[in-house]
Design a protein around this ligand. Structure first.
Ligand SMILES: Cc1cc2nc3c(=O)[nH]c(=O)nc-3n(C[C@H](O)[C@H](O)[C@H](O)COP(=O)(O)OP(=O)(O)OC[C@H]3O[C@@H](n4cnc5c(N)ncnc54)[C@H](O)[C@@H]3O)c2cc1C
Length: 238
């Protein structure tokens, strides 16, 4: 089946943390998706807008929300990174194809959720949490987010509000290069998963972020903790 293509406009674009941009698009008429899916943007070369390649970005807004929300980590000299930092602003037309992907939650499985991510790997989880919590799923949901330092954190206030509003949801933050005053977890997510989510082996586990982390988490889960592969869902931001 042909995947539909949509052209819409950018509503806003701003820096929200070190090397992190958050942009919103108007949701095009007829576009629908499942929480956790991604789209492929047509990304023009800044110097030559006719030279187009696609790049994948997870949808961070929930299906029930009005706009489409994305978060992007800048890669030095990267095509999409330059397009987001230098070109797109309120009113810029944006074309994408989608939705794609099978990184979706499995509510038919009664096990609690463990969500583990680094940096912008949080995008599909924001979508999934807003949807699941907002539609009354009251199983335990733990989100473990890893970044280098405080300057790399974003969306924490919103997530903390969700954790206050919903007893079933907890946010855990791990900093690999924390300042002396940091009170949360220290180290990479791989190293702190057990401390943050002690019953990790009893969960269905979702992992998203840079490929070296997702590969290591997969190995840890399967080889060290003996978790069945069918309980493990991974999206690597290759
Ligand atoms: C399913 C999926 C969902 C994703 N969702 C997100 C998301 O929500 N947020 C997010 O931030 N990312 C996401 N990603 C990653 C994203 O798609 C891009 O890979 C990332 O943003 C970098 O793209 P870019 O065009 O800026 O860099 P690219 O142009 O792809 O380049 C990457 C790096 O390689 C270097 N490079 C490129 N070409 C060469 C060359 N010829 N020689 C040497 N070096 C070179 C660039 O300078 C840059 O540093 C996702 C990926 C996948 C697969």
């Amino acid at each position: 089946m042909a995947i539909p293509r949509f052209t819409t406009v950018c509503l806003s674009n701003r820096v929200i943390a070190r090397d992190i941009y958050e942009f919103r698009l108007q949701k095009p008429e007829g576009f629908s998706f499942k929480a956790g899916q991604f789209v492929l943007f047509d990304v023009p070369l800044v110097e030559n807008p006719l030279d187009i390649q696609t790049r994948a970005f997870s949808i961070a807004s929930a299906p029930l929300e009005q706009d489409l929300l994305f978060v992007a980590k800048m890669k030095e000299g990267g095509r999409a990174s330059r397009w987001i930092a230098e070109v797109i602003q309120e009113g810029t037309p944006v074309t994408f194809q989608g939705p794609f992907g099978a990184f979706v939650l499995h509510p038919e499985n009664a096990k609690d959720y463990a969500m583990i991510c680094t940096s912008t790997g949080i995008a599909p989880f924001r979508s999934q949490l807003v949807e699941s919590l907002g539609t009354g799923d009251c199983r335990r949901m733990d989100l473990l987010l890893g970044v280098r330092s405080q300057e790399d954190l974003f969306w924490v206030e919103e997530l903390q509000k969700l954790s206050q509003q919903y007893e079933s949801f907890s946010l855990h933050i791990a900093l690999s290069g924390a300042d002396a005053d940091w009170k949360g977890h220290r180290g990479r997510v791989q190293a702190v998963t057990h401390a943050a989510i002690p019953d990790i082996v009893a969960r269905q586990i979702y992992v998203c972020g840079n490929p070296s982390m997702t590969l290591e988490m997969k190995k840890l889960c399967v080889e060290q903790w003996g978790i069945d592969r069918k309980e493990l869902h991974v999206e690597g931001y290759i």
